[in-house]
Design a protein around this ligand. Sequence first.
Ligand code: DP6
Length: 323
Amino acid sequence: MTIHVSARANIALTKYWGKSDRALNLPAVPSLSLTLDALETETSVSFIDAVDDYIEINGAIATGRPRARVVEHLDRFRAIARSDRRLSVVSTNRFPTAAGLASSASGFAALTVAVDALFELGLNREELSSHARRASASAARSVFGGFVELPAGSAGDDSLGAREIVLTPPWELAMLIAIVSGREKATPSTEGMERTRETSPFYRAWVEAAPGFHQQALHALAARDLHALGRAMERSTFAFHASAMAADPPIVYLSPSTLSLIGAVHALREKLPPAYMTMDAGPNLILLVEAPHAERWLHALRERPEIESIVSSGIGEEARIVG
Ligand code: DP6
C-alpha cells in the first residue's frame, strides 16, 4: 500500500523566529501564515522490507541532515505506533525548482499526514499539526489551508499545534513570489534563529515586539483591513531581519537585489493598488495583494531586472491524501 499526500507551502505574515524549547521545537513567538496554492509538495510513503528507510527528495536520495530530519520524524511515529517497520518516502516539490523556496513546511506537513495514514493512527488535525511542528514549526501551519495561526509555545508543552482562521465569506488575497537573481546560499532557518537567540542583542527586543505585530495582524484579518495587515506584516518582517542582522556573525538574508526591489515596490505603490512585502530566510521578495490586483502587479514586476522569475499564487488548501 502506498499513501500519496499533497501539501502546500505557506508564507508567514507575522514571522516565527526563535525557539522557546529547542528539544521540542517550540516557537518563542506567535506566527500567522497564508497557505499557498501554487507551492505544492507531493509525498508518497509505503512500508519496505529493508534495514534502513529509503528517503528520496526531488529525485535524489537524501543524505546528511535532510535525511536525518526525515528519519527522526519517522522514528517519532514508529514510537507511537510501536512499530519498527522501515519506510520508503518519496517527496517532490511541484513548484519551480529555481524558486529557491523553503520546502520544509509543505514537505513535513505532507509527510506527517501520510505517515499517520500508513500507520493507521487516526490522529486529528490538531494532533497532526503538533507532530508536524516537531519536525519544522512552519510545517505545523501547512497542515491547514488558508490563514493559519501558530501560537508561541511554552517550554515543555509538546501538544502545541496550529489552528486555521476561517473567514466567511473568504477574503481573496494573493501572493506574488519574486525570485531574485544572484542569490547566495542562505543560512538555514533553524541555524539562523538559534544564532540570533544566542548572540543578537536585538533578539530580546524581537521576542517582546513580535506578539504586538501578531495581534495587529489578527485584528486586521478580522476587519479585512489590507493596509493594517500589510503594515503588521512589514513590521514583523523587518524586525525579524534586523534581529538576525545583529547576530554574531551577522545573518544577512537580503541581497542587493532585494533592497533594490524594496525601493521599486515603494515607488510602484504610488501608482498601483495596495501591496505589501515580506521576505523569509532568503533574498526573495513576496508581495501580498488583493487577488483582483495580482495581475497588474505581476505585469509591473515582470519589467524589473532584479527578478529571475515570479510565481503568482492564490490561497491553498489543507494537506490531504490524494491517493
Ligand atoms: C523565516 O519552520 O523552517 O520562514 O522550526 O527550525 O524548522 P524550524 O524553522 P522553520 O522557520 C521558518 C522561518 C521563517 C518565518 C516563518 O515561516 O514563520
